[in-house]
Design a protein around this ligand. Structure first.
Ligand SMILES: *Cc1c(COP(=O)(O)O)cnc(C)c1O
Length: 428
């Protein structure tokens, strides 16, 4: 459900026409709908209203501080995977007591930053990491709450690049070993406190059964831990709920909520969720302008001014994004074409052999469902300044990140002076 709809022949974000936004800010440009973000947060939150729970929005899906602030104001916590994301979350007003920190490669300075901030807990992904946290916490004279991210070895039935809960994936600790770690920590690591079990099995999951399998396995672990006198209060189910890009029919958060609540009934746990994609995916579009069209002997190409540096998902995962005209023109007819960007890579495409309106040079298009893993994955490849981001709220819109300039491209870079070069030669 989202608020990008046609009024007459023009595409609107809530009460503002996309054409109007583009006239002011140019293309390529990410446009988010505030109302959709709020709606998605509450769809998730309401799904668990009958049990103690905490929604920790996964910052990496869309890290703009205006987006974070929108969720935080509704009561959301955040799931972070780096010191940079912690910085963003705090800038956006996050409550430290609602921050969970995931990721396999936390650096010492990042762990220290999180401890000083006083986050709710670390989701620990390896025995060495747990020892590192224990040591740093000791040095700072703090206690670090933690959950172990267990790898339950369930198949989330999604793209291999975004499945994380299989034995062959780098994430988490296998259940048996996790049990040993908790016991070891209880007896030997004095500066860490086990408070939860964490489990995130992948992304863009469109069925409920993988979640149920994962809960069953973590439930067993929690029972064993409690037997050992380890008081587990939180079950963190991670994120991963899918959205509709094309014809997928993922369960509504309320169905997901019902199944999770049924499975965890009577355990006396506070449930934590880390949804990313389900919160922001359909709340954003990437608007682009058609530069040229070109007829090859085998294919038609529509060349636009957005590229894989702006939205990497099609090149990374071959993923589908619906493409719509910003202004419909019914006299144009349809063609089958590839929509491609300006980048010097054959992987730079948004659609392949897609039936589309016969776009012409100067036309505007909306690449739909681009709110998650869109801007946050964007880069400066081919020295392209990153796109601007805009938030629409009712009848107004605000730029929430300015378009980068050429100057931004070389920020922090410098040419080596002749004098320095000579001294290099001297010493080597
Ligand atoms: C990426 C990630 C999420 C969010 O996943 P979505 O599929 O976007 O909901 C949640 N938790 C962890 C640990 C992640 O790595």
């Amino acid at each position: 459900m989202h608020f990008f709809d046609y009024r007459g022949n023009k595409l609107y974000a809530e009460g503002v026409s996309i054409e109007k936004i583009i006239k002011e800010v140019g293309t390529p440009c990410y446009i988010y709908s505030h109302k959709t973000l709020v709606r998605h947060y509450h769809a998730f939150d309401d799904a668990f209203s009958s049990v103690p729970h905490l929604i920790c929005y996964s910052v990496k899906a869309n890290s703009n501080i205006a987006v974070l602030n929108t969720f935080i104001k509704e009561g959301s916590g955040v799931d972070i995977v780096s010191g940079g994301e912690l910085f963003r979350a705090l800038k956006a007003g996050a409550n430290p007591k609602k921050i969970v920190y995931s990721g396999v490669g936390k650096r010492e300075d990042e762990i220290e930053y999180a401890l000083k901030t006083g986050i709710l807990m670390f989701n620990v992904e390896s025995p060495e990491e747990l020892r590192a946290i224990n040591k740093i916490a000791g040095r700072l004279k703090k206690k670090a709450n933690f959950a172990i991210r267990v790898n339950p070895d369930v198949d989330p039935k999604t793209h291999p690049y975004i499945s994380t809960g299989l034995k062959k994936n780098k994430f988490g600790i296998e259940t048996k070993e996790a049990l040993k770690e908790y016991v070891y920590a209880k007896n030997n690591l004095k500066n860490v406190v086990p408070i939860g079990v964490d489990c995130h099995i992948g992304s863009q999951i469109t069925q409920l059964s993988p979640f149920v399998d994962a809960i069953k396995k973590t439930k067993n672990l929690i029972a064993m831990l409690r037997k050992q006198g380890i008081d587990i209060k939180y079950l963190d189910m991670g994120g991963g709920l899918g959205i509709t890009y094309d014809k997928e029919a993922p369960p509504h958060p309320s169905r997901y909520g019902k199944v999770v609540c049924d499975e965890t009934k009577g355990l006396g746990l506070t449930l934590i969720f880390e949804p990313g994609r389900a919160m922001v995916g359909n709340a954003g579009i990437l608007a682009a302008k058609v530069l040229y069209t070109k007829q090859g002997t085998k294919k038609n190409f529509i060349i636009v001014d957005a590229g894989m540096n702006d939205l990497a998902r099609p090149s990374l995962y071959g993923s589908y994004h619906a493409i719509k005209p910003v202004v419909k023109n019914n006299s144009r007819g349809e063609i089958i074409a590839d929509v491609v960007g300006p980048i010097c890579e054959s992987g730079d495409f948004f659609a392949k052999d897609r039936e589309l309106p016969a776009f012409k040079s100067g036309d505007l298009m909306a690449i739909m469902s681009a709110g998650a893993y869109g801007f946050s994955m964007s880069s400066n490849y081919n020295s392209r300044p990153r796109a601007c981001e805009v938030m629409v709220n009712g009848n107004i819109f605000s730029v929430i990140r300015e378009r980068e300039t050429y100057k931004d491209l070389v920020k922090g870079e410098r040419v080596i002076k002749a004098k320095e070069l000579r001294s290099f030669c001297f010493y080597s």
